[in-house]
Design a protein around this ligand. Structure first.
Ligand code: UT7
Length: 329
């Protein structure tokens, strides 16, 4: 029997129009373009402005962009997964709203929340549905309105994050392309180093939590940096070893875009030529769940059928891992 693998057959994206440049940040907090550029590689990020616009606003736009390029009837989509760390609201699923708004009315849907590894984990989840043989069209959207949880008076975090969304369609492949293997991990000991304290079930919102700025992201940047570099490099090495591959067998590294120095350090541990490393952090910052699909959108023209890509992420929780992938079109 022919083996079914799960492959991406189309991509789409959306980033908000508003550009928050380093120069503009200089007017908001005690920082400067030179520090941000050398410490993070970021020059600007996009911010979603406007009343009542949440993550779904961008997810819908990214999905519609994909649907405008791939002629399929949205009713043929059977599952919509929204990978996010910033769902529109508690309780009501963001993905249900997105699916309905794009006309995927025959689909079921769910949100997948795993900080900066949401999209990577969701790739594995989407693949499972396709590989089972029961599902033929799974729409996966990575979207985050990071600005909704950022304190724009805190220079340690406000310079890093941006908003955006990217979508991919997974379909069955019988040529052996698409997802080849995965190495996914988490470690709850990392919880305190990168988090939003309040607003969840453990510490619901009160006037006090608002006054104490506990609804904003707080991170111990140095610790997260250290764990990110070692775990991203180890996850890449592991997936290559498990598949008897060397760095020369990889055409592309698609790393989570959290900090250019983290990406460079990961590539350098692998002794990987920088020309093989996908990078767009300079224009979007860290968009959490959207970094990987935004990379695919930006590099789609350069990708060739059969190219081997290693996806790798690290994020809050801690959550991290790698996926070995063969581009299918
Ligand atoms: O998405 C996954 C999760 N997130 C990450 O992977 C982020 C990982 N961490 C990082 O990317 C880096 O730790 C940061 C970019 C957040 C910070 O860079 P750093 O090199 O670790 O800086 P630092 O926090 O150790 O600060 C170094 C200095 C400090 O000054 P002193 O104490 O040496 O005088 C800071 O006060 O830089 C200062 N500083 C700044 N200066 C100008 C911190 N933030 C800024 C700023 N502008 N925005």
């Amino acid at each position: 029997m022919t083996r079914i693998t799960a492959a991406i057959s189309a991509v789409g994206k959306y980033v908000p129009d508003f550009v928050l440049s380093n120069k503009l940040l200089e007017t908001m907090v005690d920082t400067n373009d030179e520090w941000i550029t050398t410490r993070t590689g970021i020059k600007e990020r996009r911010i979603l402005k406007g009343e009542n616009k949440g993550t779904s606003y961008m997810a819908i736009k990214a999905a519609k962009d994909l649907l405008s390029k791939k002629t399929i009837d949205p009713k043929d989509i059977e599952l919509v997964i929204v990978a996010t760390a910033t769902p529109d609201m508690q309780a009501a699923s963001t993905s249900a709203f997105v699916a309905t708004k794009i006309g995927a009315t025959e689909a079921f849907s769910f949100d997948l929340i795993a900080a900066c590894s949401s999209f990577l984990y969701a790739m594995s989840t989407a693949a499972g549905f396709i590989e089972s043989g029961k599902y033929k069209k799974v729409l996966l959207i990575g979207a985050d309105k990071c600005s909704s949880m950022i304190d724009y008076t805190d220079r340690a975090t406000c310079i890093i994050f941006g908003d955006g969304a990217g979508a991919v369609l997974f379909e069955p492949n019988t040529e052996g392309l698409g997802i080849q293997d995965e190495f996914l991990r988490s470690d709850g000991n990392g919880r305190d180093f990168l988090k939003v304290d309040a607003g969840g079930s453990q510490l619901p919102a009160t006037a006090e939590t608002v006054a104490n700025k506990q609804h904003y992201v707080h991170q111990d940047g140095k610790t997260v940096f250290k764990f990110a570099v070692s775990n991203m490099a180890a996850a890449c090495e592991r997936i290559l070893k498990n598949n008897n591959l060397s760095k020369d067998d990889i055409q592309w590294l698609a790393p989570h875009q959290a900090n250019k120095r983290i990406i460079d350090a990961t590539a350098s541990r692998l002794k990987l030529d920088s020309a093989k490393v996908m990078m767009n952090i300079y224009k979007y910052g860290n968009t959490t769940s959207a970094t990987l699909p935004l990379l695919l959108n930006d590099y789609e023209n350069k990708l060739k059928k059969g190219d081997t890509i290693v996806f790798v992420t690290f994020g809050g929780g801690f959550t991290w891992g790698s996926i070995l992938y063969k581009w299918a079109y």
